[in-house]
Ligand binder design. Structure first.
Ligand code: ADP
Length: 404
């Protein structure tokens, strides 16, 4: 087990025919704790896989360091880094059985004399003369196969397996080696929705059970929010925010994170600060989140962006405080509905959730109440404004410690 650190890590790919050099990672500083499950999320092309590949040793950094368990591994080959990677494509050897795929990394590690290799091969193919080393490998394969419900499939070839089973074999191969760090690059994206849910829970359970430091790349919201102890959000080669799922959801560091985390995303609305307890929103005076009084006082008369999660808005009676709106779209999800409503006096569309039984149709006029809590304010540069310790503060929560 090990902690992992990226220090001022940069990666530039050289120019190719007709295109300039691209800097894919622009100075990443990130520490992953021993035993932590860290999810890396961000839009396609933001550099997530490159970061994993740099850690695995499949790419070399242009600048900066990759540190595993306090040791700078930046210049070491993949085989000496003690990390195991699971790919989206499974990357199984088609001509090897499930057992041999799982055992692959175990057989490869360590130096063996030719005579020993021959003996191992004979033992495998004929079943006789099993060496103590082969016996240990067979025991480990059996143990891992049982953990992943693959014990009845050990003699099959990859082409005789379902997608979910192939993915479990790929996981098994990584687990069998008992590496210091697991790297997983969108391992569930080839699975259908039901299997993805099951495998997601299985990976989380395994990670907690084995306690191996894990970096997991995904672009899937649900995976990001449910799997990791913490999430690192990347955009355009830069780390945007590192925090627990709830921190990112409730206190995004900037507009990018506010829009990227959460589905549907945070509603963003222009407001003018009228006083410490009121803002002007879509032509109405709206009571502000009291915890932001000090902060609003410091921005009197300024235009800011208010970020509100969908659950902070609700359908409400027509009063002179509530905002008149029109329902433009309705998505019935069974247990609830997602409404898109256009604010009549602001030409802004917001999204909110209602109970499944609320009867509304596109085109209906309605009124929206805005909860005076859970507000996020952003400045013109898109950075979150947080109360300072002197304000009526919502202190940023301490990071929870990892489970033992
Ligand atoms: P992500 O995993 O976030 O989708 P990647 O790390 O795979 O993103 O890629 C980041 C960027 O680097 C992309 O624009 C991609 O086209 C570019 N890139 C990746 N590998 C290479 C390469 N070998 N040569 C040139 N550009 C590359």
């Amino acid at each position: 087990m090990a902690e992992v650190a990226f220090r001022q890590l940069r990666k530039q790919y050289p120019p190719r025919r007709g295109s300039a050099a691209v800097e894919v990672l622009k100075g990443i500083d990130l520490e992953v704790r021993d035993g932590e499950f860290l999810v890396l999320v961000g839009p396609s092309g933001c550099g997530k896989s490159t970061l994993l590949r740099l850690l695995a040793g499949l790419e070399a950094p242009s600048q900066g360091q990759v540190v595993v368990a306090g040791r700078d591994v930046s210049a070491l080959p993949p085989s000496r880094r003690d990390v195991a990677m699971v790919f989206q494509s499974y990357a199984l050897y088609p001509h090897l059985s499930v057992a041999d795929n799982i055992a692959f990394g175990l057989r490869r590690s360590g130096h063996r004399r030719l005579q020993q290799q021959l003996q191992d091969w004979l033992a495998r193919t004929t079943g006789w003369l099993r060496s103590p080393r082969e016996q240990r490998i067979a025991d480990r394969v059996q143990q891992v196969a049982e953990m992943l419900d693959l014990a009845h499939l050990l003699d099959r070839l990859p082409k005789e397996l379902s997608g979910g089973q192939k993915q479990r074999v790929a996981l098994g191969r990584a687990i069998a080696r008992q590496p210091a760090v697991f790297l997983m690059d969108e391992p569930l994206s080839n699975l259908d929705a039901k299997l993805r849910g099951d495998t997601r829970r299985q990976i989380v359970q395994l990670q907690r059970q084995l306690g191996v430091t894990t970096l997991y790349v995904t672009h899937d919201q649900v995976e990001a929010m449910t799997m990791g102890h913490r999430i690192a959000v990347l955009n355009a080669g830069r780390l945007q925010q590192l925090g627990t799922p709830i921190e990112l959801y409730e206190q995004p560091a900037n507009l990018f994170v506010a829009q990227f985390i959460g589905s549907p995303p945070m509603n963003l609305l222009p407001v003018e600060v009228l006083s410490a307890d009121q803002v002007l929103l879509a032509g109405k005076r709206v009571a502000a989140d009291p915890s932001l009084a000090g902060l609003l006082q410091g921005h009197l008369g300024q235009q800011l962006t208010l970020g509100l999660r969908p659950e902070r808005l609700r359908l409400a009676p027509a009063t002179n405080r509530n905002l008149p709106a029109e329902v433009v779209q309705l998505e019935a999800l069974g247990h609830e509905q997602l409404l898109s409503c256009r604010l009549l006096d602001a030409d802004h569309t917001v999204q909110l959730r209602t109970a499944a039984e609320v009867s509304v149709q596109p085109g209906d006029q309605c009124h929206l109440e805005i909860e005076a809590a859970g507000w996020n304010l952003f400045d013109a540069a898109g950075d979150a404004l947080r109360p300072t310790s002197g304000d009526a503060a919502v202190a940023s929560p301490d990071l929870p410690s990892l489970p033992a």
